[in-house]
Design a protein around this ligand. Sequence first.
Ligand SMILES: Cc1cc2nc3c(=O)[nH]c(=O)nc-3n(C[C@H](O)[C@H](O)[C@H](O)COP(=O)(O)O)c2cc1C
Length: 312
Amino acid sequence: MEHEFWNQLDDLIMHTQVIIDRPAGQGHPSYPEMVYPVDYGYLIQTTSSDGEGIDLFRGSDSGQLLNGLVCTLDLQKQESEIKLLVGCTAEEQNKVVQFLRNHGMPALLIKRDENPLSWLLSRRSVRRFTKKNVPSVLVEKILEAAIQAPSAHNRQPARFVVIQKIETKRRLAEAMGGEFLQDLLQDGVPEAEAKGIVGRSRQRITEAPTVILVCLESGSLDEYPDQKRQVAEYKMAVQGVAMSAENLLLAAHTLGLGAVWLCAPLFTPETVGKTLCLPDSWEPQGLILLGYPEKYPKGRPRRSIAEVTRFD
Ligand SMILES: Cc1cc2nc3c(=O)[nH]c(=O)nc-3n(C[C@H](O)[C@H](O)[C@H](O)COP(=O)(O)O)c2cc1C
């Protein structure tokens, strides 16, 4: 994993003395016109590919965190090595790369992702997919992530139905749509409008390359003599299923796929059960549409941490 590489370099820097032998603003002893833009030195008792210590540029950023590294190629010496960038602001990082390039060393900057959570934070609900099928090997990887989710007493209440056949998708969309239409008409939505909404909902399901129905296996619940604990047990199972579903969404995102959770089956559990011939104990919770994103949506606004958190 990428972050492990950076973490291990952090460790090395933290436990190794840094020797700065070319301070910022000073020229190279043999090439005085080569003036260092930031401090330059090496990590003592380490060995790089030139047999010397691992080189390091140290910038002015007080955090002194490892920001990345530069791969260099010295064509005169026929040598290539890495140079670490520590505490370098974005401007200093660019200056270092320019400095190396200006002195005949092709240099490639490999930036460390400043926020290791950025991949997680960039997940969005994807509702439009290309026609490309999702390879079975990826579906399996996603399910592997789903079954690793935590669950109360490790009961693992989540169950999945992976639907790829178009006839099954159509049957399911048709059956759920019928009930959805009745609900909308009962709410007083004009018939034409209601049919339009249901039509779009059916289309989304039938056009998604892969559809995964997420269920709660009620037989996996512990039994209690009192209602209070039984209700808590059921809630824990719902929470466990939701955690599996979130793992599933994040795994899809990690693999370059898009996904969205649809709540429709929760409103039509019997119809879904009958249509897919599910065991009675499999309670439908949600439907995940999965595929390659046609368009990646913009992030939706979130409440601030201060609004949703109390620090005591
Ligand atoms: C339990 C649950 C039910 C959802 N149901 C639907 C749904 O029926 N239709 C839909 O388009 N999105 C549905 N979503 C997706 C949410 O609308 C979406 O997560 C939210 O707007 C935040 O957007 P983001 O996921 O892109 O960050 C559901 C999400 C959850 C967790």
